[in-house]
Write a protein that binds this ligand. Structure first.
Ligand code: PLP
Length: 431
């Protein structure tokens, strides 16, 4: 399997090269040259397959030839050692909980998979790889956790000071070892800008192998297909058309769901639910893609004004708007509406959702206004504890800290404050 750059100005590469590079030399995203649907029998028999078996079949063609089957199986065993439960709230509504991993947000699977792939590719190469990543919240923790102790890999995380939750900050500043957290006096956009600049800086690149670990990287993006297949497995017996509503920021997760559909997974429609960062809902309305600066919201992991992965979604439908429209709807919600949805979920179903899940729920309800006879699945992408303050303000609840969170809260924060690109450069050149 080869991967091409979506700007077509860079050579095709293997899975290995695409993972190590992260982004193509022409600054665009890699995309698989071919997507082959899985046999019908796979979907017919999915209820008898384990999560590892499902994942193996889904990802195999994308990795083919570069990680041998036994190693790929081992990687998947290690990555998928927690649950992905689907809870039915009523006859037409279910929630897929993706937060049962070590950092309690759905990014654990992608981060762990990418870490294990890099570890495999580095097994007999002593050149160190540096992962440079900007985070608005959950990416940092998942990447830190996924890469902790991985041989030959150093992780440098930039996060905006005071703009991530306490738990999120602890998760990325308390691990030590091969993980360093740089605390930026600025916004997430500032962090992102510095990271992008470093990726183009020849002074740094001449002495270092740098890669990214956000959903631009195919090894973080593709394994997210698994969630949708696991959900399909759990809803198959219901014999209703499935609609997925995905709270979206960089659009990696929903794009992976649409990939699963390309693999042949029966599914009626996707809803991309966003907060007020509504670049995609606007595009679906008027076909004009107009990125804008991100706006801070209570669902901060989705505060993205120019979603990187949307270009991959367009590619999936050959940039044919009418085709895309058949498969995707997109709606945007304010913080106030999000809080109302959290209250409604709690009141109607006794379900405590985090703000991201609540945005997903809103998107689903909107779609169901005109499509009643479907099974709607909204994705709950983070444990509500990660947004403690919002949950407390909105629902008046004090949630108990789960053990994996308590563990990091007891550790000491270690970060290095930086204020400018020059500081970052200094750190990378002379760590
Ligand atoms: C990252 C994240 C999202 C958005 O996922 P994308 O793949 O960037 O669209 C949603 N919810 C939570 C909790 C996240 O951490």
């Amino acid at each position: 399997m080869k991967y091409f750059s979506l700007h077509h100005q860079a050579p095709k590469v293997t899975f290995r090269e695409a993972v190590i590079r992260g982004i193509a030399p022409d600054r665009s995203l890699y995309f698989p040259e071919k997507i082959t649907a899985l046999p019908r029998s796979f979907f017919d028999q999915i209820t008898s397959l384990t999560h590892q078996e499902i994942a193996f079949q889904a990802i195999e063609q994308f990795v083919a030839g570069e990680i041998p089957a036994p190693e790929l199986e081992q990687i998947l065993d290690a990555v998928l050692d927690f649950d992905f439960p689907l809870l039915e709230l009523d006859a037409h509504t279910a929630v897929l909980e993706l937060f049962h991993g070590p950092t309690m947000a759905f990014k654990d699977v992608g981060a762990r998979f990418m870490a294990r792939c890099l570890e495999y590719f580095n097994r007999d190469d002593d050149r160190e790889v540096t992962i440079l990543v900007a985070t608005s919240g959950d990416t940092g923790g998942a990447v830190a956790n996924g890469f902790l102790g991985v041989k030959g890999v150093k992780v440098v995380i930039l996060y905006p000071s005071g703009k991530v939750s306490d738990i999120q900050e602890r998760q990325l500043t308390t691990l030590g070892q091969n993980i360093t957290a740089l605390e930026v006096q600025g916004t997430f956009d500032d962090c992102q800008r510095m990271v992008k600049k470093a990726f183009l800086d020849q002074d740094i690149l001449s002495g270092k192998r740098l890669t990214s670990a956000n959903s631009i990287n195919i090894a973080r993006w593709l394994p997210q297909m698994f969630y949708f297949l696991f959900a399909y497995k759990q809803t198959k017996e219901r014999n209703l058309d499935i609609v997925f509503s995905v709270p979206s920021g960089n659009f990696g997760n929903i794009c992976a769901g649409m990939m699963a559909q390309k693999l042949g997974m029966p599914c009626a429609h996707f809803v991309a639910a966003t907060n007020v960062n509504d670049t995609v809902p606007q595009f679906m309305e008027n076909q004009v893609y107009a990125p804008k600066p991100s706006v801070a919201t209570i669902s901060n992991a989705m505060d993205v004004g120019d979603p990187s992965n949307f270009i991959r979604i367009r590619q999936l439908y050959n940039d044919q708007f009418t085709e895309l429209q058949k498969h995707l709807s997109s709606y945007s919600y304010s913080d106030e509406e999000t809080r109302e949805a959290m209250k409604a979920l709690y009141k109607q179903f006794g379900y405590v959702a985090d703000p991201h899940g609540a945005v997903g729920f809103l998107g689903l309800r909107k779609y169901q206004e005109s499509h009643q006879n479907v099974l709607g699945v909204f994705l709950e992408t983070a444990h509500p504890i990660k947004f403690l303050r919002v949950v407390k303000e909105t629902l008046g609840l004090d949630l108990a800290l789960p053990p994996q969170i308590q563990k990091v809260m007891d550790r000491e924060k270690v970060s290095m404050p930086i204020t400018s690109y020059q500081d970052l450069k200094e750190f990378l050149l002379h760590p």
